[in-house]
Design a protein around this ligand. Structure first.
Ligand code: GLN
Length: 202
């Protein structure tokens, strides 16, 4: 299975390393032909607005969007979660996303005073024992459609629980960055569980 990491901006190298540690030989991808040739894709953490603009500049925006619609497995961390969301709150003017996930996310949701923080997180079916989750200017999920499974939530400063790990069929997204901690359970779950679903559909 060929897993690509979208290499336009963000923490590409960290995702490559995490995938290698899961026994996958990943590809850095940024051209249309490269996107057409992979079986699954990771959208890294970084800046969602920049990644979307660069995707248009490199002519891969529509290619990625089409492949997502056709069922390519995709995992997005942080900015990658925003890029997978059908709806974004606190977006910049004209901010575009690839979409595909029936979720509404709020960018930079955890507020300035806690721009970055760590939390010990239980991700359903994936992280027992808990995983250390790193949040950096992270989004949270405001609402999910009926086909979306919430795998983990975090209590926000206002006391409400917000999803921070979600899955919808072949799409997986986390507000946090497992690629930064050396804990590869989310990547392994993506490769072994989420990508397998696509194979059985084919
Ligand atoms: N705040 C960033 C955005 O809106 C995401 C931050 C991250 O990926 N660490 O894209």
């Amino acid at each position: 299975m060929k897993v690509g990491v979208l290499a336009l901006q963000g923490d590409v190298r960290e995702h490559i390393k995490a995938l290698e540690e899961c026994g996958v030989s990943p590809f850095s991808v940024r051209r249309p032909s490269e996107i057409e040739n992979i079986d699954a894709l990771i959208l890294p953490g970084g800046e969602s607005t920049t990644i979307a603009l660069l995707a248009e500049e490199f002519g891969v925006f529509d290619v990625i969007q089409n492949r997502i619609q056709k069922g390519m497995p995709v995992y997005g961390s942080c900015a990658g979660m925003i890029l997978l969301a059908d709806r974004v709150l606190d977006a910049t003017k004209d901010q575009k996303t690839f979409g595909g996930m029936d979720i509404t996310v709020r960018r930079n949701a955890f507020g300035r005073q806690v721009d970055s923080f760590e939390s010990d997180l239980h991700v359903d079916g994936i992280t027992t024992p808990l995983m250390k989750a790193v949040f950096i200017r992270a989004p949270w999920v405001e609402s999910v459609g009926s086909g979306v499974e919430v795998l983990a939530s975090v209590k926000s400063p206002d006391g409400r629980e917000h999803p921070v790990a979600v899955r919808q069929g072949t799409l997986l997204a986390t507000s946090f960055h497992p690629e930064l901690t050396g804990d590869n359970r989310i990547h392994r779950y993506f490769v072994e569980q989420v990508c397998k679903v696509e194979k059985s559909i084919k």
